[in-house]
Design a protein around this ligand. Structure first.
Ligand SMILES: [Fe+2]
Length: 262
């Protein structure tokens, strides 16, 4: 008999503010997250794990992280996080006390590794030499365990000139490590506020929509997409195979490009 898959909900780019009714380009980010959580609650069966892949906050305030925790904790699902370019790691560590701080852990037959791709003061991403060495060691310790690696920044260009200036800057170094470990199946990320999929060797790379505003696909300059907020569901099977789909949430708002820029 095949055992049921491990179910993961990837929730990314929440961009909450200290003020709960503050908007990002007209989008009330806390309200759209709330609607998304209502949809998460209706999933049957419930996810086994929530994976928050960065930009949880827009302003890096402790209050914004308290909102994230206050809204997600009642789901009672084990929650893990990594930082994006907008986040402040030391404030996250102090504020997200009800979430798990582990960045490498095993759940049933899968290994999960969460990387920090924040390059301080920059919008683009970079994985430090120390983190790459740490990743290499984690993977070397579990050569036969199917593995999902997550980070905030995409290690590929996404065919959007403005967004492609802020992808991961040292992807070849990441690939060099991943190429040494055949158990890596998936790499998931956020940052690009759109659905994305790319195959490189045996690894599938998945980008996931934001819980708030969406970025237009294949755009030369900054532009918002009309897609609704979303998240990604992953089903991970014990034999290392997986399935994934993006779920969208019905939410409308009045775009305000004159408001504070992204
Ligand atoms: Fe980001």
């Amino acid at each position: 008999m095949i055992s049921p898959p491990l179910r993961i909900a990837q929730v990314t780019d929440l961009h909450l503010f200290a003020e709960s009714d503050q908007c990002l380009l007209g989008m009330p980010t806390l309200r759209s997250l709330n609607v998304l959580i209502t949809q998460l609650r209706q999933l049957a069966p419930q996810p086994d794990l929530l994976l928050l892949t960065g930009d949880l906050s827009q302003d890096g305030s402790a209050d914004s992280y308290h909102h994230v925790q206050r809204l997600l904790s009642p789901l009672g699902i084990a929650t893990y996080w990594l930082p994006g370019n907008h986040d402040r790691v030391e404030i996250m560590e102090r504020s997200l006390t009800q979430f798990h701080a582990d960045k490498s852990f095993r759940k049933r037959n899968w290994q999960f590794i969460l990387l920090n791709s924040q390059d301080p003061g920059c919008v683009h991403g970079r994985i430090s030499k120390e983190s790459l060495n740490w990743l290499d060691r984690q993977l070397a310790q579990n050569p036969n365990v199917p593995t999902l690696v997550s980070l905030h920044h995409p290690p590929f260009l996404v065919n959007s000139t403005w967004l492609d200036t802020s992808t991961l800057q040292n992807s070849p170094e990441l690939f060099k490590v991943l190429d040494r470990h055949a158990q890596v199946k998936l790499v998931v990320f956020g940052h690009i506020h759109q659905e994305f999929q790319h195959q490189r060797k045996a690894v599938t790379y998945l980008g996931t929509p934001s819980t708030c505003i969406q970025f237009a696909r294949a755009s030369d300059k900054f532009a918002l997409g009309e897609e609704e907020p979303g998240f990604r569901l992953l089903e991970l099977y014990s034999d290392g195979t997986w399935k994934s789909q993006v779920k969208r949430v019905e939410f409308s708002y009045q775009l305000d490009l004159a408001a504070t820029g992204y």
